[in-house]
Ligand binder design. Sequence first.
Ligand code: COI
Length: 355
Amino acid sequence: METEATFPVTQTRNSRIHEVDFDHLEFGKYVSDHMLVCDYAKGGWEQAEIVPYGNLTMSPSTLALHYGQTVFEGMKAFRMADGRINIFRLERHYERFVRSLNRMCMAILPKEVFMEGLMQLVELDKAWVPTQPGSALYLRPFMYASESRFGVKVSDEYRYIVFTGPVPSLYVNPIKVKVETHYARAAKGGTGFAKCGGNYGGAFLPTKDARDHGYDQVLWTDSATNSFIEESGMMNVMFVINGVLVTPALSDSILGGITRESLLILATEMGLRSEERPVSVSELEKAFQAGTITEAFGAGTAAVVAPINTIHINGIDYSLQGYTPENILYKLKAKLDAIRAGTEADVHGWNYIIG
Ligand code: COI
């Protein structure tokens, strides 16, 4: 897919790229030179434009600040082995963005603003796409209720913005997680499947508690019974039990991860059995006792895969030791990385190649 200069651009005169230490990237530290902005008002979308990255001015009564109508996406652009750049599964991210917007009762962004806007923005800031192994340009499209009015209401105005920034890979070292049985991330009928800001803000206190007890993240369970696994921290979660890749089936309290979906597709192609089904805490406990669980890992855009070496269940720390490149999680990751790097055929059309 070729990028066309669809949206007007005001280029920065002061690139900040020389401030970036590409050999020591930190997740969320650096933002690229430009951002795309598009406003919705009076029932329609205005002209999207690309401008230098900069602060926003907003009224204290901006609705999003009070009632939480905010939705975002997280995606990545990769430097390929031949030097070209691609954005991974752009269209699938748009579909999820629309699902989130619908749930949060927000205006629906036109597909071409999302797709072409991201392609054009990444093309313009392509010098920011890092080359270091495991690194990528993280893309953060988001939308918020921008109407200034403090009555409790659905906003009539929205602002859509995309900014980007170079990031390293996250959670390279195995993490410790704790099965959470007090707090819940999401409930049936709630917003768990939507990528809305509140889902993340609500997770901070339970995560802080877990960290205070020596764990990196919580393993979320269902809010009704606390007996079924849902997600791991900000990621989907997968296990290898009896050699089968097992992950909780999607529901309205689980975010449909694009990485999760991609890994399941690749697993099938690699001849691995996979199952999307309820995974109970007691199944995990028994699998540890029987020694049939061999891997556990988070799956998400930021980390791709995050190996888990300890799971705390009912007062006991169960461990999974000695991850090696032979583990299924690393084989899946290697295949996904190769597709993104263009060294393996992209048979699904996942790579949206920039110009
Ligand atoms: C991801 O796994 O990409 C996430 O959703 C985390 C993100 C909020 C940084």
